[in-house]
Design a protein around this ligand. Structure first.
Ligand SMILES: Cc1ncc(COP(=O)(O)O)c(C=O)c1O
Length: 459
């Protein structure tokens, strides 16, 4: 018999205590943080679901790799191990290490971006959008229609709308679209996967117009596992084979290794185009470091290489995907509205349905985020009009497409009892939702404002 209980596929060798605080203490701490949990001290958080990025627990083999790191400035053996590990999955010609995902984006879009250029994606992540816009170019989201409806269940809600892509290319002109991207899984759209069929169809359109296709591959392994579970013809393939096929349709990739490489820092740019790779390497030398370390220490490269081997393990991925699903299903059963079905790395609470009486310009997601902290010391993040809202010429807020609260689950960090505690807290906040009020922004930076914004509760 196959046991129904899916266990954490690891033993715990080292533990880190977490600090308990009282509600009164948290009220004070939240005021000091301007009602922005990004500005809290990590130490004052009990369960930290701000991000799954760089928060993974490393394995004993990764820690051993840290000791084995070769810190040679040029040609370090750790680079070659890293290159081999990335190449095994992406099978791309040029592998350029960067200190994290946005550094890869910055280099890429500094070269191919600029005024008059357009970059389509299923949904750009905030740093991708920011790097594109910073170059003067336009970032366009072309998510499939079903992906915009949180309450609808579908297998691949991260897909790109292929028809819209072709229309977009014709409208903006091939010469103005240096590359097209697909983000796997689609973080800003609910951690939803993209099907192999969709990647293939997007590639076909890109090929027709000679536009290179790049993957934003932060969560390639989670995406590949969803394909194995949900897409016909892939059930008997290994996750590695599926990942290799995903990358086979791409001409390049950016990756923040802080997700599916199970490390605390790192990233890379990978591509096949020799000329573009040379330009990227040259810029890397100016901004990150020599091409065999790219802003990382040799030990970090070792940890990435080892993490990439571990992440395609199917016991790990089964535990990963099922534990996120467990959380999602339990809160759905209690009536909490989320993006359905549960995503790969996070649960996204649908703040519009959770708090229908708080308008987007009063930031319902922020109200939930603050209350989760006050109720149980849980830190989550708003992914809605705080993160993606824009202003029109009159200074009126143009709300984001969705108002979400993301509960991102760090990899291999929390056990089932942490998740059960979290479920209790979310349900309690949901029961008391009528008592919640909106927020107003009292300070904001010109870009990526959610990181440093300050808020005031409305009464
Ligand atoms: C889809 C996606 N792309 C890019 C990034 C940026 O990566 P980093 O935080 O390593 O700069 C992230 C980070 O969360 C992401 O989720």
């Amino acid at each position: 018999m196959k046991p129904k209980t899916i266990i954490e596929p690891f033993k715990i060798k080292s533990v880190e205590p977490i600090k308990f605080t009282t509600r009164e203490e948290r009220e004070k701490l939240l005021i000091e943080a301007g009602y922005n949990p990004f500005l809290l001290r990590g130490d004052d958080v009990l369960i930290d679901l701000l991000t799954d990025s760089g928060t993974s627990a490393m394995s004993s083999k990764q820690w051993a790799g840290i000791m084995n790191g070769d810190e040679a400035y040029a040609g370090s053996k750790s680079y070659y191990r890293f290159e081999e590990a990335v190449n095994k999955i992406t099978q791309m010609e040029h592998i350029i290490p960067t200190h994290q995902g946005r550094a890869a984006e910055k280099i890429l879009f500094s070269i191919v971006g600029g005024e008059g250029k357009y970059f389509p994606n299923n949904t750009h992540f905030d740093t991708t959008r920011a790097n594109i816009e910073f170059s003067g170019a336009v970032a366009e989201d072309l998510l499939t229609e079903v992906g915009k409806h949180p309450e609808e269940r579908a297998d691949f809600k991260g897909n790109m709308d292929v028809e819209k892509l072709e229309k977009f290319i014709k409208q903006k002109g091939v010469e103005n679209i240096p590359l097209c991207m697909i983000t796997v899984t689609n973080n800003s759209g609910g951690g939803q996967p993209v099907s192999m069929q969709n990647i293939r169809e997007v590639k076909k359109v890109c090929e027709k117009y000679s536009i290179p296709l790049f993957l934003d591959a932060c969560r390639f392994a989670e995406n590949a596992y969803f394909i194995k579970l949900r897409e016909k013809g892939y059930e008997n393939k290994s996750v590695l084979e599926i990942a290799q096929e995903m990358f086979s349709y791409a001409d390049g990739a950016t990756m923040s290794a802080k997700k599916d490489a199970l490390v605390n820092i790192g990233g890379f740019l990978a591509m096949n185009d020799d000329e573009l790779a040379m330009q990227c390497s040259n810029l890397l030398i100016v901004t990150e470091g020599f091409p065999t370390y790219g802003g990382l220490a040799g030990r970090d490269l070792e940890a990435v290489a080892q993490g990439l081997e571990e992440v395609v393990d199917e016991h790990y991925l089964e535990y990963r995907i099922k534990s996120v699903e467990y959380l999602g299903n339990k809160i759905v059963d209690a009536g909490v509205p989320i993006i359905e079905p549960p995503g790969g790395h996070a649960i996204y609470i649908d703040a519009k349905r959770f708090l229908p009486n708080i308008a987007p310009d009063k930031y319902p997601g922020q109200a939930i985020v603050c209350e989760l902290y006050l109720e149980g010391g849980v830190r989550a993040v708003e992914i809605g009009s705080v993160m993606f809202g824009k202003y029109d010429e009159k200074g009126k807020l143009i709300p984001a497409m969705m108002e979400l609260v993301r509960l991102a689950i760090p990899r291999r960090v929390y056990t089932q009892s942490h998740i059960d505690y979290l479920i209790e807290i979310i349900i309690e906040v949901y029961k008391n939702r009528d008592k919640l009020n909106g927020y107003e922004i009292t300070y904001e930076a010109p870009m990526l404002r959610h990181f440093t914004a300050k808020f005031k509760p409305l009464s």
